[in-house]
Design a protein around this ligand. Sequence first.
Ligand code: ATP
Ligand code: MG
Length: 246
Amino acid sequence: MIPKSHPRAVSLYIREKLVGGFREGLVVEEGLLAHGRGEMFDYLLGEKTSKVSHEAIRAAAWEMVHAKYPVISVNGNFAALCPKEIVKLSEVTGAKIEVNLFYASEKRKKAIANELKRHGAKEILGVDSKFATRIPKLDSARRIVDKRGIFSADVVLVPLEDGDRTIALKKFGKNVITFDLNPMSRTAQTADITIVDNVIRGMPILIDVCRKISGKKISKKKFDNKKNLAKSIQTIKENLRRMSNA
Ligand code: ATP
Ligand code: MG
């Protein structure tokens, strides 16, 4: 049990979720390391959803609500951290859910699919090999996608994704939205919209904004991802400056 009064209680609670996911076979060892990298950036960002991230969330919500064929790509970390929110976002936007793993294994795919079903998901793509196909320009095992999912999508939400894959998805013509706490990663820099926030905090906000704007006539606002990322890097710089002056 993590005492509520612990100064890092929220961070420890998130970590527990991931360790639980690891024990249940959803998360791989490398996923734990990726989480550690995320934690470090979250620390530097002040562990809150910035105004800058809210802007990215609004742009992402617009794209997801107006997409013809949106797909949410789910890996082990994402499933362990916010299974309920993945299902909700899919319900609110009509997006398909595809299990898509960097370290693929049939057993882990099934475990993730079951976790999402336990939280109310009806259809999970990426599990039935009958529908497996490839995205071009990416090496073998990592390029497998579902014909009815990412392959056919116009807008893809790929949180906590690897840079090579994001680049391949972009080359394949997808409109890519991601959550990435590292504003300097290749994924963050390559995506069309990068939400620099912890999925734990950002997903409920994204769902909320999607709900608010769906069915309403709202015009698209200009969004410059590179500028938005630069502002997050600036936030880190400011935080470090403040701390180093203390
Ligand atoms: P890239 O391949 O894009 O250059 P990388 O190799 O440094 O990045 P990966 O392990 O490929 O990192 O991708 C995982 C990304 O997810 C990391 O940038 C990490 O900061 C981020 N991340 C980890 N946990 C979270 C989280 N809970 N919410 C948002 N982002 C996260
Ligand atoms: Mg990587």
